[in-house]
Design a binder for this molecule. Structure first.
Ligand SMILES: CC(C)(COP(=O)(O)OP(=O)(O)OC[C@H]1O[C@@H](n2cnc3c(N)ncnc32)[C@H](O)[C@@H]1OP(=O)(O)O)[C@@H](O)C(=O)NCCC(=O)NCCS
Length: 163
């Protein structure tokens, strides 16, 4: 897509990341999105609480005016901080979302390519995520080699091996 750029996140992107976390929550076709307060749910908010810990890494996509339009991030958790998609303390969990008008144009593919490269460079053996199997994003994840390894409520835990 023309004029879309990608950059490393900075500390001032934190509000945008929270916004993207809200957008990453799956809303089935025809259903009303949850209230913004859903971000206070303990297992959801752990995805970004205290952002800036060792290992935290995010990429931001921006438009021609340098406004953020999407983000992908990865983060390590442990038994006390874990959230959806948790496998173990060595496996970062990935999350991704774009603003609605920017979906389906290849931006998510670019963000995923880049963060998987980065995860490999950092020496991680695998990376995980959580997705509702009805979310069309599942196809994208499968194209990148993610495979289902478990189920948590209605969401699938998926892992991609990083060779
Ligand atoms: C998931 C998402 C980041 C993918 O980025 P994208 O730029 O739209 O994806 P691309 O254009 O690079 O690739 C297309 C793939 O994205 C997924 N996709 C496209 N539109 C989507 C949408 N509105 N919602 C969810 N996934 C979508 C599909 O897997 C699609 O593959 P297909 O063409 O075989 O159907 C983006 O669509 C999005 O923000 N969706 C809403 C938030 C979300 O579901 N996040 C993931 C939570 S686990």
């Amino acid at each position: 897509m023309t004029n879309i750029k990608m950059r490393l996140s900075t500390p001032t992107d934190i509000d945008f990341l929270w916004d993207m976390l809200y957008h990453a929550i799956y809303v089935p076709e025809g259903q009303t999105p949850p209230p913004r307060d859903v971000l206070k749910d303990p297992s959801i908010k752990r995805s970004l609480t205290d952002w800036g810990r060792t290992g935290d890494f995010a990429l931001i996509s921006t438009d021609a005016s340098n406004q953020p339009v999407g983000a992908v991030w990865m983060r390590l958790f442990d038994e006390t901080t874990k959230t959806y998609g948790y496998i173990d303390a060595q496996t970062p969990i990935l999350a991704i979302a774009l603003k609605p008008d920017y979906r389906g144009k290849g931006i998510g593919t670019l963000l995923l390519e880049k963060i998987l490269q980065e995860a490999k460079m950092k020496g991680y053996k695998q990376i995980s995520l959580s997705v509702d199997p009805n979310n069309p994003a599942l196809r994208l994840y499968e194209r990148f080699g993610f495979q289902q390894v478990g189920i948590n409520g209605t969401s699938w835990d998926m892992i991609a091996k990083l060779k």
